[in-house]
Design a protein around this ligand. Sequence first.
Ligand SMILES: *Cc1c(COP(=O)(O)O)cnc(C)c1O
Length: 474
Amino acid sequence: MPKHSRKNRDADADKRAESIRALPQIDECLRAAEANPELARFGRSYLKVMLQRAQAELRAAILSGRDTHPRARDTLIDAIVREVARAAAADEPVLEPVVNATGVVLHTNLGRAILAEPAIEAVEMAARSAVNLEYDLETGGRGDRDSIVEDEICALTGAEGATVVNNNAAAVVLALNSLAEGREVIVSRGEMIEIGGSFRLPDVMAKSGAILREVGTTNRTHPRDYADAIGTETALLLKVHPSNYRVVGFTSEVTLEDLVEIGRARGIDVMEDLGAGALIDLTEYGIPREPIVRERIAAGAAVVTFSGDKLLGGPQAGVIVGRRAAIERIKRNPLKRALRCDKLTLAALAATMRLYLRSRDLRKELPTLRILGRSASEIASIAPRAREIVAERLGAGYIVEIVDASSQVGSGAMPVEELKSVALRVTHPEKSASAITAMFRRARIIGRVLDDSFHLDLRTIEDPAVFAVKLETD
Ligand SMILES: *Cc1c(COP(=O)(O)O)cnc(C)c1O
């Protein structure tokens, strides 16, 4: 080994050791950081974490030889504090707005429904102020938080009573626990479904303490299957709307009307988990038909549960409607206390319900209905402008085409019905669909890959200007 090279290495090591020794203590940096006007709004513990991170990075840079300038302690403090100011300014909240161009309107992973403007205003009001959440403004006595929404929900569904919890899964557990704990609930095997995130409804239901008694087979269940299974331990007949799939071919299911008939003869109530649960006839808005809560109540269901943030277009919530006696039992259950909604949810839900009851043009005011109801030709009318913006941002080499597409409702509602839509297909002769997907994702635009190419479905895009972002094309 040549002598001079060893000498150089030794000198480098000495320099590194010297730089490491010169690294300032966190407390010294903290004093400097607290004096920096750019960092004045941050708390001490946050600054400490950020300083430790910056100091560790600098140490690693010195040790690896990436940083070779021996510096005075003051300059090092300065460098660390400057790095913290930069990192703190770039430190975005984890929850960020994204553009949903997936074609799935109620995308669970993207937060499902977008709220109507009055619901947003109600949330803001409730967030800013004390509210009469459980306070009777006439008597000064204690109120019931359900009363914020109960009259509206009953008016919309024809039910005698209503109560609200955090989501529909909670609504199902609470209703079963209140009405059937330790007793049997008869349900068709064809309705034992798995919902998103690999949660199985039977597992969720079992946590209610009710004993699920499955009848029939996957594709066929007959009235006599239920009738034969009813015994002294039977508390409920349960129907689950198979919202995220369809059984097709040689099938038979027992209608709610028939179930109610069977139950009535034996003194057993019927509960239905509707999942999405429409409040109105969606076909009026050009949206495929989904069971309407009011019709299920009229058909004799004692209890019906549905989500607030699926077709209803409101906040995440689980709504339970039904006969007064059943709803009273549910409200008295201590589990209700553990699953109750906060003021923000109730404010948004009440405002959404009021829109259903009072709006002259619901389609205009409720984003979920408006977006689901857009026709392919309406969507096509913004496509050229969207194409122009995206092509301009991408620059040369990329091909942006307007193509027919089909979007979905999402959240398990109407899985087989497809909504005709229009998309931009983005390709590049040398770039893969996944590279293009990642490039758009970095700009917070979420599309989807179809037939090996990246698509931006325009159903959920009302203003093409959302595509006017900076894309890192290389
Ligand atoms: C979506 C769904 C649920 C769960 O509702 P969340 O509001 O997501 O908790 C339960 N049952 C059915 C049939 C559903 O479609």
